[in-house]
Write a protein that binds this ligand. Structure first.
Ligand SMILES: Cc1cc2nc3c(=O)[nH]c(=O)nc-3n(C[C@H](O)[C@H](O)[C@H](O)COP(=O)(O)OP(=O)(O)OC[C@H]3O[C@@H](n4cnc5c(N)ncnc54)[C@H](O)[C@@H]3O)c2cc1C
Length: 370
């Protein structure tokens, strides 16, 4: 059992840290430039095999990438993570040869952006209750329904959309489809004004008699729910990495602030240093959980429990660390433009998406009690 990154992983981590520190911006606008720079470095298809245009890197290396980018801009981290683990992996894992040829090189190269459309008004935590319909017609399906809170809605070039061919069949009716941007009958709503991850555009996605050819069905009819759940394992580790980035950024900011205060003659109280020590220890614990989940996923073994533990622990910590650090920095941190405020708002969003942390607890408990 090894508890440290290999020399190669440490060198990658340094590369990602340099990239994020020097190239990633933190404005209010959609981070198009960040994504372009990430694509130029091959980061939009980092864990995708080289034969499909990716970098063929291990899943843990990809997680290190998301952590470092999220330390600087969690919205950019979120867009890349969603694009990769639930926007590109569906085709890599479940696509036909033809689907892979058509979409993977563009997605892995960053010329195309991927998105994942599962959530509906009555089907968030309970994804099995979705009611978007896919009616079989000559040559394909007609999709009708409305998806909510879709990351990269309106920006993405390819959506993996989940709809049911027969609601009476429950999860066995849920089927996955690949829908291209600009398809007739696909409409996106206005971007949500979210509390956090604001640079990542999130919209409604309306399916209005949208025709999808049978060649764009992903897997068989009825495979959709299994596909969605298995993709979420990897997706959740990506969100856990965003949590690591946000918790790390909060602690780093606070350490810098306290050192500046000390340099100006203001001694750090013991209560403050103890709080910081607790957060630093918990961040190391979170890293072990997240990296282990990534290693299990990278080895090809099913990792639902590990992924849920990592997502729950790291994103809860991100909220706790950013909240606590705001307390520790006091007045200086209560300004709206202080980075800690952004870290807190972004961290809150990571607790919710790809399964709220209550849902992660359900997944973990189910594994324990089965
Ligand atoms: C920033 C962001 C990006 C997103 N991106 C996407 C995307 O790209 N694609 C997509 O499909 N969706 C996306 N979503 C939607 C997200 O996955 C859902 O918001 C999430 O699954 C929770 O669903 P809900 O909001 O409907 O909450 P609900 O399911 O209504 O839950 C409300 C509350 O009840 C709790 N709860 C629900 N069921 C239980 C239970 N059985 N036991 C205990 N507590 C429970 C939940 O934890 C939550 O606190 C995104 C959301 C956000 C915030």
């Amino acid at each position: 059992m090894t508890f440290s990154l290999s020399d190669e992983q440490i060198s990658k981590q340094q590369e990602f840290r340099r990239f994020a520190g020097e190239e990633i911006d933190t404005g209010d606008h959609y981070p198009q430039e960040n994504l372009k720079k990430a694509a130029q470095r091959g980061y939009m298809g980092y864990p995708v095999p080289a034969e499909w245009g990716g970098q063929g890197e291990g899943f843990l290396n990809y997680i290190l990438l998301i952590e470092e980018i999220s330390k600087v801009c969690a919205s950019t981290g979120a867009i890349i993570a969603v694009h990769t683990s639930v926007g590109t992996f569906p085709i890599l894992y479940f696509g036909t040869g033809q689907q892979k040829q058509r979409y993977l090189p563009g997605l892995a190269g960053g010329e195309m952006l991927g998105a994942f459309a599962l959530t509906e008004a009555g089907a968030g935590s309970d994804a099995a209750a979705l009611s978007a319909s896919a009616t079989p017609v000559e040559g394909g399906y007609r999709l009708n329904g409305c998806k909510l809170f879709i990351t990269s809605g309106g920006q993405a070039d390819l959506y993996t959309v989940f709809a049911t061919v027969d609601k009476s069949k429950g999860v066995k009716g849920i089927t996955a489809f690949l829908v291209e941007r600009g398809a007739d009958g696909l409409a996106t709503g206005t971007p949500e004004k979210k509390m956090g991850l604001n640079r990542s555009q999130t919209t409604e996605l309306r399916l209005e008699d949208l025709f999808v050819p049978v060649t764009n069905r992903l897997g068989n009819e009825g495979d959709g729910f299994t596909i969605a759940m298995s993709l979420l394992d990897g997706g959740r580790i990506g969100i856990a990495a965003q949590g690591l980035g946000l918790a790390g950024a909060s602690i780093d900011y606070t350490v810098r602030y306290l050192k500046e205060q000390e340099a100006a003659g203001q001694k750090t109280e013991q209560g403050i240093s103890f709080a910081l020590a607790d957060l630093a220890a918990r961040l190391e614990a979170a890293r072990l959980l997240v990296y282990r989940a990534a290693a299990v996923k990278g080895s090809g073994v099913r990792c639902s429990k590990e992924a849920s533990m990592a997502k729950m622990f790291a994103t809860d910590l991100a909220v706790e660390a950013s909240t606590r650090c705001i307390d520790l920095c006091g007045l200086a941190a209560s300004r709206r433009d202080n980075p800690l405020t952004r870290y807190f708002c972004d961290a809150k969003a990571t607790q919710i998406y790809e399964g709220s942390n209550e849902i992660q607890r359900i997944v973990i408990a189910r594994q324990l009690l089965k």
